[in-house]
Design a protein around this ligand. Sequence first.
Ligand code: HEC
Ligand code: HEC
Length: 328
Amino acid sequence: MKIYLLLMLIFITSQAATIDGWQRPLTIPEPKDNPITPQKIKLGKLLFFDKRLSRADDISCATCHDPKFGWADGVAQAVGDKEQKGKRNSPTIINSAYLKSFFHDGRASSLEEQALGPIEAEVEMNISVEKVLKKLNAIQGYKKLFLEAFGDAEINKENLAKAIATFERIVVSPPTKFSRWANGEENAMNRIQKEGFDLFLNVGRCKSCHNGFNFTNERFANIGLGDENDLGVYDLNETTNKIWKSTFKTPTLINIENTAPYFHDGSVKTLKEAVHICGNGGRKPVKSRSPFFRDRKYTADETDITVEFLKALSTPKIDIEIPTVFPQ
Ligand code: HEC
Ligand code: HEC
């Protein structure tokens, strides 16, 4: 009888086996001075999709962070005002609520701090925040929504940033094939995808940087892409130690299937090529490459199998209702 109970217990626990650390925490972190409320989400969403936040009323945040492209934009380098090209690839904003630093070089430390940057950036929306505030303050529909969200109809910088940041915070990843598998749903990933996860953890040692539910340790690394025009963290400050040369933030891999082209400069068109580079210690054997990144040689098969695994990190293409009518 005792043995029977023991076997039952083993059976039950093995069925429910879950892998720790790979599930998105259900509570979304929120700053004390900007709690998430339904009113702010509604307002922030309209602002995020509203092209009137740009100089020529033709670019919204969603132009470059489009749910259709996994919340990125599908082009190598972001295209902003007057068709100008920036030097960097637009990252996805999914799960940005959980990040501690923002941009490829980590130069912003909160979503609130980040939110107004693109409005003023010449190669993005190219308009002063003052002018945007003037535009918005002349739209009665927005004044009403700001009143509901902040108890104040006067639209200012702070509340504009807070509303946009709140909407970004709720853009989180729904369950993926991988997360369902990690949560004990044995058939959520196929055999090849499970093999790919094993390569990701072991042979590829991808996990040294891409770990946790968001597949990033949020650290900075030089993966030997050899881009001489953009030195990442090192460019932020001339006095920075040389070890920061060409280091960039380890990005999330959620939705990676839909966010091509890849890397900070969008220089790689396909996921297969990106994984080939990462599985072979970078594009160039530069000495400064991260020690976690050298000395590995993925075979062509291993690259393909890892790509199949990465596809299990996709979320449904569009899982929100996109606004079509804006406040007047
Ligand atoms: C013209 C394209 C473009 C527009 C418009 C744009 N962005 Fe971005 N966004 C980018 C690029 C490019 C980066 C990376 C820049 C860098 O690393 O220097 C970025 C980075 C970000 C990040 C950091 C993500 C991370 O993982 O570090 C957030 C958040 C973000 N943008 C939100 C916004 C918001 C909010 C708006 C609207 C107010 C906006 N963006 C408008 C192109 C754009
Ligand atoms: C030393 C840390 C480190 C390791 C190990 C690592 N990566 Fe990365 N990965 C990064 C960094 C940093 C970037 C961004 C580099 C850039 O944009 O310049 C990146 C970018 C990527 C990208 C492109 C993401 C995007 O949105 O453009 C993919 C795909 C990727 N890695 C997959 C892998 C795979 C697969 C492995 C294992 C074979 C791996 N990485 C190992 C740090 C690492």
